[in-house]
Design a protein around this ligand. Sequence first.
Ligand code: F6R
Length: 364
Amino acid sequence: EKAGYEHFMIKEIFEEPKVIKDTINPRIKDGKISLDSINLTSEDLEKIEKIYIVACGTAYHAGVAGKYLIEKLARIPVEVDVASEFRYRDPIISDKNLVIIISQSGETLDTLFALREAKKKGARVLSIVNVVGSSIARESNDVLYTWAGPEIAVASTKAYNTQLSALYLIALDFAMKKGRIDEEFYKRIIEELRNIPKAIESILENKEIIQKFASEHYNAKSIFFIGRGFDYALSMEGSLKLKEISYIHSEAYAGGELKHGTIALIEEGTLVICPMTQDDLMEKMISNIREVKARGATVLAIAKESNKQAEKAADVVFTIPDVDSLVAPIVAVTPLQLFAYYMAVQKGCDVDKPRNLAKSVTVE
Ligand code: F6R
C-alpha cells in the first residue's frame, strides 16, 4: 500500500504534483476558471461584505494564506478563524457574508458546528473538502472538492497543497468577476498555477539537501519559523508539521513581530527557518535574518533560485524554482513538509502515527 515508500507521509508528499494537477486542471476550461457547479455570480459577490474562512489545524493555515490571497486579488475583506473559537464567540454574520469552510476529512466536529452556526445565521457556506460525501460536504451550500485522494498519514501534507490550490481558483474567479484584475494577469496566474506540479517535482528531486540538513540538526531543542505575508502562513504550517511528528518545540512568528518579545529566546545555535518567497518583502526579511543571526542563530532559508540576497544572508539556502511570488506558497510548503519528515525519521519517531493525535478529530 505504501508503494515502496517507507511511510505514508513521504508517499503522500510525492503525490503532490499529481493531486495539484487533479485539483486545478479540470477547473480550467478554455483558459477560464470554472468552479464546478458553484454559481456565485457577479451580483452575488457584490452583496458579500465580508468573507469568513473557518477551519482547524493545517486547514486553518491554508485559510490564513487564503485570506491574504482573496484580499489581495478580489479586494473583499476576509476574516480567518479557528473553528473552536469562531463557533463560541457569537460571530457577527448575516446573509451579507460568505463563509468558506476548509476540511480534509469533512468530519472535524468543531468545523462542522461552525458551519451550522454560520448557516443558522443566514450565511452562504462554500466548503473546500477532500472526502466526497462527508458531513461538511453534505451540509454546505456549495462544495469545491480537493482531489488529493485518501490521506493516510496523520500529518496532513498533500491535502494542504490542494486546499491552497482551491483557494487560488476561488480568489482568481472572484477577482475576475469583481473586475479587480485584468485578463492578462488572470491568464498569467492560471499559467503559473499549471506550472506548479513541475516546480514541486524539482523540489522532490533535491530532497537529499533537506535530508542532510535534518541529519545535522535533529537534536535541536527548539526551532523558530519566521516569515512575512504568505511566508508567515507557511511558517505556521511548517512549525505545526515539525511539532506534531518530531515532538520538537517550535514557534512560528511574523518576521516583524519577533522583536516584540520572542527574540529573547534566540541564542547561540538556535535554528531559525525562513521561508522567503515574497519579492516585495525581501528587504524586510533580510533585516529580520540579520537580527536573529546577530544573536547567534543558524538560519535555513527557503528562497527562489534567483534570490542572491538570501544566499548572502542565510547559513544554508534551500532553493525552489523561480515561480511568481503570488503562487509560491503552494510550492514552498513542500520543503517544510520534507524538513519535518526527515527530522522525525532521524529521531526515530512513528511518523505516520504521532502520539496523542488522530486523523479525524470528532470530539469537541
Ligand atoms: C495537521 C493535521 C490537523 C488537521 C485538523 C483539521 O497535520 O492534520 O491539524 O489539519 O485536525 O482536519 P480536517 O482538515 O480534516 O478538518
